[in-house]
Design a binder for this molecule. Structure first.
Ligand code: NDP
Length: 605
């Protein structure tokens, strides 16, 4: 698509993108995926702990934190800092960590630089060992936060919330669990729905496969050998392994699989965009020159540059800040051209130009690394970079130069059929001993299905009903008719997708300030007013900021699998119109003012 003079033919590129998208649009959209049931039901089991029996708990706590991933941990930490002691984490896994508890596949690591991705580094004193750290270090950090802030005390692990009901008479939430517990909580915090519930592709015949199979979030090291700290998977040396999926997870586990399996067949529907990662160790003395408050400075610097703002220097220097700065610089360049009319169209043009340039580089990188011509062609992504989660890796493309690795490209159609002995694509059968599903997690499904419970608020209203036409909240945290309940996540707040944990530490500070205020005033209930919630939602609806969800994109969970994008999808993915940095400034002022505008603090005596 790049003519000999080096310019990019944008029109032809756009047409190619649409052709590639159309190949992938399916009438079944999100329905193409199936829940792990029947012979796959054990995919939801916890292979990492022995489940021990215990007596049901019946008591009361001041704050129950549902989910001990980074959302529960960040809020718990901030509550402790605010002097709120009576807390309880309730978590389905056998330890803290959330996604980093479940995902122990080989090569697992964070895609965002550790200096900003790992929360509460200064508070805990941890110094990341590499620019992008591997999963064991991230899981270790989650445990460190829990230990440092005393969050293990009183916690309930291997315990799933089965019901969350508001009791009007006593102004308490009643939590029921799958272990028979009945816990009263004055306040409850919860994530916006767990993103680690595995989903499987509904490929015809999937249940007939006779070989070994597992989902990446429950990696079976008993079968493969090795371990997630990097030991080679020696038991794969005589195995033919198939992997379905080439998303962010597959990109990380394919290099070790290509290294260790006798044969590896990668079944690809849509290639990921693979930019340079440039990972490297961080020396200990790097931290010596950092001044107190450095992590906050880094977080704001990253968020500013990643979202097109200006800063004196780029502290993180990664693929994310590169994307943001390219767009910003192109806006400035275009605005300076004579006759340029400032406005959304100028921004859109700049965005498209810099994206085309970036994606041409990414495709050229495939050519430069992958030796086999047909494989190299098939690995090139034909869509805008932010249509899917951008990937960054220094070994993924190189894997395809291993003699054991075979890319089976399905030309956007996906795997045709699975039978007892293997996988069919375009009429060709691939025999495999083991099939690995790197098919991702439920993202767009109902809260109740993902979480296993549906909060019931004032007057018996269910959260899924309240949000049937899209999420409704103030700041993404407070929901009218759900007093004393606090949602923790990026949506309807900063919505900084490139660094999720930044949203979580900020939400933690906000919730801690609100709870401190409520406890100090002796309030029994804290609730957002209907007017304040509606005003916030109205403001979000007016925002044109979000790129995610463009129908022009190749299908994926960012755009409702290419299905219609209505107000519901837009609301669920919306963020503060002025962007994440402006939101962080706004919310800091809101919670520091002590007025907590939009919330009612109610005494029931
Ligand atoms: P994804 O949902 O991103 O990817 C699923 C993959 O399965 C896609 O490649 C999809 O193809 C493919 N697939 C689905 N159905 C079929 C089919 N019928 N035939 C062939 N292929 C099929 O899941 P991941 O586990 O990769 O990622 C999940 C989430 O976790 C993402 O948000 C990701 O960004 C995040 N993550 C983050 C990391 C980090 O470091 N921060 C690391 C790893 C994951 P198609 O693209 O065509 O739909």
């Amino acid at each position: 698509m790049t003519p000999v003079d080096g310019t990019i033919d944008h029109e032809t590129l756009r047409a190619k993108y649409l052709v590639e998208r159309d190949k992938r649009i399916r009438p079944d959209g999100n329905e193409q995926y199936i829940e792990p049931k029947g012979r796959f039901a054990h995919f939801l089991d916890d292979p990492y702990v022995e489940k021990t029996e215990r007596e049901p708990v019946r008591d009361e706590v001041t704050v129950a934190l549902i989910g001990a991933g980074f959302s529960g941990l960040c809020v718990g930490a901030r509550l402790r800092e605010a002097g709120i002691e009576d807390l309880r984490l309730i978590e389905g896994g056998g330890d803290v960590g959330g996604a980093w508890y479940w995902n122990r596949y080989p090569g697992a690591m964070c895609d965002t630089a550790a200096m900003i991705y790992l929360p509460l580094l200064e508070e805990t004193g941890h110094k990341p060992t590499m620019k992008y750290v591997f999963a064991p270090e991230i899981f270790g950090h989650a445990k460190r936060i829990a230990e440092h802030f005393g969050l293990y005390e009183n916690a309930l692990f291997s315990t799933e919330v089965a019901g969350l009901d508001w009791n009007e008479k006593i102004s308490r939430w009643i939590i029921h669990t799958n272990r028979g517990d009945e816990i009263r909580a004055k306040f409850v915090t919860m994530g916006p729905g767990p993103l680690h519930r595995p989903k499987l592709p509904g490929i015809p015949g999937i249940e007939t496969f006779g070989g070994h199979c597992f989902h990446t979030s429950r990696w079976d090291y008993g079968y493969t050998g090795g371990g997630y700290t990097g030991a080679p998977m020696t038991k794969l040396a005589d195995k033919r392994v198939g992997i379905i999926g080439t998303g962010a997870t597959a990109v990380q586990c394919i290099p070790p699989l290509a290294r260790d399996a006798r044969e590896l067949y990668v079944f690809q529907r849509t290639p990921s965009s693979i930019d340079v990662r440039n990972n490297h160790p961080i020396e200990d003395d790097f931290f010596d020159v950092l001044e107190p408050g450095w992590q906050k400075k880094w977080l704001i610097n990253f968020a500013t540059l990643q979202t097109g703002g200006f800063a004196d220097e780029d502290l993180v220097k990664d693929g994310w800040t590169d994307i943001g700065q390219r767009i910003r610089d192109r806006v400035v360049e275009n605005a300076q051209k004579s006759g340029a009319i400032p406005g959304p169209e100028l921004f859109q043009q700049a965005y498209e130009d810099s994206d085309d340039e970036k994606m041409e580089e990414i495709r050229a990188r495939v050519d430069a690394i992958v030796e086999d011509e047909a494989t190299s062609q098939a690995l090139k992504p034909w869509y805008r970079q932010l249509c899917k989660r951008p990937c960054f890796h220094d070994e993924y493309l190189q894997s395809y130069n291993e003699p054991s690795a075979h890319l089976v490209d399905t030309d956007g159609k996906g795997v045709e059929r699975i039978d007892e002995s293997g996988v069919w694509v375009a009429g060709v059968h691939y025999d495999v001993d083991c099939l690995i599903f790197a098919s991702g997690f439920e993202v767009g499904t109902e809260y109740g299905r993902r979480a296993g419970f549906d909060p019931v608020g004032r007057g018996g209203v269910q959260l899924s009903d309240r949000w049937a036409e899209g999420m409704q909240s103030l700041h993404g945290v407070h929901v009218h008719d759900f007093p004393n309940l606090f949602v923790v996540g990026p949506a309807q707040g900063a919505n900084l997708i490139s660094n999720i944990t930044h949203n979580l530490t900020e939400a933690g500070s906000t919730i801690a300030a609100v709870l401190r205020h409520a406890l100090d005033r002796g309030a029994d209930e804290v609730e957002v007013t209907d007017e304040a919630e509606q005003a916030w939602v109205k403001m979000l609806e007016g925002s044109t900021r979000s790129f995610l969800g463009s129908p022009d994109c190749t299908p994926g969970y960012y755009n409702n699998e290419g299905g219609p994008i209505g107000p519901r999808q837009r609301l669920n993915q919306s963020g503060y119109p002025e962007g994440p940095v402006a939101f962080f400034e706004y919310i800091d002022k809101w919670r520091s003012s002590g007025r907590f505008e939009g919330l009612d603090f109610i005494r029931r005596d």
